[in-house]
Design a protein around this ligand. Structure first.
Ligand SMILES: NC(=O)C1=CN([C@@H]2O[C@H](COP(=O)(O)OP(=O)(O)OC[C@H]3O[C@@H](n4cnc5c(N)ncnc54)[C@H](OP(=O)(O)O)[C@@H]3O)[C@@H](O)[C@H]2O)C=CC1
Ligand SMILES: CC(=O)N[C@@H](CCC(=O)OP(=O)(O)O)C(=O)O
Length: 335
């Protein structure tokens, strides 16, 4: 097959943008035809020296019309709020969009409670949440896909098989750990080397903006989701330790294996999962353990890939009628 579908990326100077470029360079069908950030006037290899000798595309100052003139689909790897200002005109021009941000993941009222005023309610009506294990068929027909957040991806995949076995109205506890790349490339006091190195801490306990995303997609109330993320001194990786009360007698490992038996990017592990075996891949690795009616689920992803860029690419493959697996990385950065 030849590279005959032109795609663009806006936000190519960021962490997730770079991850996507690396996958698209080797993609059998997508041709990376337009790359942009907020300023332009630089080339890809000047921006990312790791691409020296590999990609010297000119990086443009983001412009919707210029991108739409040469691309069938665009990936928006830009921050929340910035994304919706791009989505609106791209949709008008009939260009398909995979949005990495949270702008189209929630209902308008909840979005506005956790983020800011929404300026594109119209497209909230037609968006599909880009978790293939939940919405594969809808994604195939979508023009706009909201790529899930990284914590919601790991938590929802861990919980989905067990929602019918859970005791209603009991706490869902999600104790999650993430690498620092989850915060993006911008510096802050919290992600400063001196604050993160040799350190470990929780942030936004019980009121992180990903708690409502987990709740809405699982169809439970916000009060039932008890989500506490932690920052760990690692570049990439994410593990969610999940605890729920279950009822009835069942074998959790058997159930989760059956639930995901046809899924190419969920692996069930006999041993507790770790971050290294998913780093560099689109896999979500899951381990389960029961103690009476208490169920422990451990779910590991690479926040930059399954938590963002490789999941976005899988969604784009589906939207363009390609094999979902095209160009998706599946060999981990081990050792
Ligand atoms: N990092 C992660 O693990 C995950 C990130 N996401 C989401 O993906 C998106 C990108 O995240 P990440 O790569 O970490 O972010 P970064 O902060 O690393 O990069 C942001 C990118 O957006 C560009 N940008 C910002 N404003 C504009 C603008 N007005 N016009 C054009 N480009 C603009 C920046 O360009 P410039 O260099 O010019 O500022 C940069 O290329 C965010 O919405 C984030 O929430 C989702 C899941 C996981
Ligand atoms: C370390 C860190 O700060 N991580 C980010 C999660 C990044 C992400 O997945 O999410 P969005 O696409 O919703 O931004 C956070 O906790 O907000």
């Amino acid at each position: 097959m030849s590279k005959n579908i032109n795609v663009g990326i806006i936000g190519v100077s960021g962490y997730t943008g770079l991850e996507l470029v690396k996958m698209l360079i080797n993609h059998p069908t997508f041709k990376l035809n337009y790359v942009a950030n907020s300023t332009g006037d630089i080339t890809m290899d000047e921006l990312h020296p790791s691409l020296s000798g590999i990609c010297s595309l000119e990086v443009k100052k983001a412009d919707v019309d210029e991108c739409a003139a040469t691309c069938s689909l665009v990936f928006l790897a830009v921050p929340h709020k910035t994304a919706m200002a791009f989505v609106k005109p791209f949709m008008k021009l009939g260009i398909k969009v995979v949005d990495f941000s949270a702008d189209y993941r929630l209902t308008q009222d909840v979005y506005e409670e956790y983020y800011c005023a929404h300026t594109d309610a119209e497209n909230l009506e037609n968006v599909v949440y880009g978790l293939p294990e939940m919405f594969r068929e809808e994604i195939k027909n979508a023009s706009l896909v909201a790529n899930p957040g990284c914590f919601p991806t790991s938590a929802i995949l861990g919980l989905l098989p067990f929602m019918d076995r859970r005791v209603p109205n009991t706490p869902i506890i999600v104790d999650a750990k993430t690498g620092v790349s989850g915060a993006g490339k911008k510096l802050s006091d919290v992600t400063h080397f001196v604050n993160v190195n040799d350190n470990l801490f929780a942030y936004n306990p019980f009121h992180h903006r990903h708690a409502p995303e987990i709740a809405q997609k699982l169809g439970v109330s916000f009060d039932e989701v008890n989500f506490v993320p932690h920052l760990v001194p690692l570049t990439r990786g994410m593990i969610s330790s999940i605890y729920i009360q279950t009822q009835g007698s069942f074998d959790a490992e058997e159930l989760v294996r059956e639930y995901y038996k046809d899924e190419p990017y969920v692996r069930i592990s006999k041993n507790p999962v770790d971050m290294k075996n998913t780093a560099g891949t689109n896999f979500c690795d899951i381990y389960v353990k029961q103690k009476g009616n208490l169920l422990f689920v451990s779910s590991s992803i690479d926040n930059l890939l399954r938590g963002s860029s490789s999941q976005a690419l899988a969604n784009a493959n589906l939207m363009m009628g390609l094999d979902e697996n095209s160009g998706i990385p599946n060999i981990a950065y081990v050792p």
